[in-house]
Design a protein around this ligand. Sequence first.
Ligand code: SF4
Length: 344
Amino acid sequence: MDASRREFLKQSLAAATPLALSAPRGNMASGNTLPGMPAKSSSFEPAYLKSEREGRLATVEKQLWEIFRACRLCPRACGANRLKGETGFCSSTSRLKVYSCGPHFGEEKPLVGRGGSGTIFFSNCNLLCCFCQNWEINHRGDGSYITHEELAEMMIGLERRGCHNINFVTPTHVVPHLVRSLRIAVRKGFRLPLVYNNGGYDSPDVIRMLDGIFDIYLPDFKYQDGTLAAKYSSGAADYPQFAAATIKEMHRQVGELAVDARGVARRGLIIRHLVMPGNIAGTDRFVRWVAGELTPTTRVNLMAQYRPEHKAFTYSEISRRITAEEWHQALLWAKEAGLKNLDL
Ligand code: SF4
């Protein structure tokens, strides 16, 4: 599983091979067409370009590095001085570690289009769920250390390869690095929208700082009950309140999902919710929350693919997949709540 640095960079260079841009796919996704958005995606301007022109990216980057001195990037607020090499609860120091990068065709359709979502997986995680399907990356920390210039080259390479966006997976604990690399990439002509693909356990203050940088937010909302969140996600009893607050802030920043004429996402929010055995995820409460606190037309990816992984077998109640009845019940709850924009 552990790729050597040389192999890893070789893979990244392969991802940087220029390919022809994908042809338009036509009518594909259910989303809103961005008001005033021309048919050609080439006229799209990602939010961070304006922020860079206004000098805001430089300011935010500086503020984010300051947070590293006594880290409170996430609700754990463990206070590690990462700039001095201390390791936080997320097993991260000030170094940037990446597991993989490449076009991904298994994400939500508006993110994938025809060219794929340019996915970059960061090593380690601040939430650490016992049922993690990527536990080698998130818990064990598999991956390779890279520089900011190398991350910028990965982003540019994925753009040249025809990906529609750069999808940062588990970015919470590395956001200062992302802004630094983004600024390098922008100077080299990078123009794709950025996706913030997180587990839902973020600091609202940090998400507010990211306003004008990310065009697409893709958070999980995993639990509605703090006791269950603490049990299955390494003591994160405050998960429900932080997820609710940060998703509301994300919605305020980017609104509902907007797609271009090809059905490719350009801006907006998609919430993921994994239906769990015995309704441990609180799906009934989740769908009511979306309809009541956001809008019934918010894009929601209700996911049926839970399978026990990693340490899930420690708990008999989550040592199985969901049943057909549990899935149908989840769909019924979504319908009763009035959700109208499900990505199933
Ligand atoms: S991001 Fe990591 S180091 Fe920072 S507060 Fe969260 S767990 Fe601690």
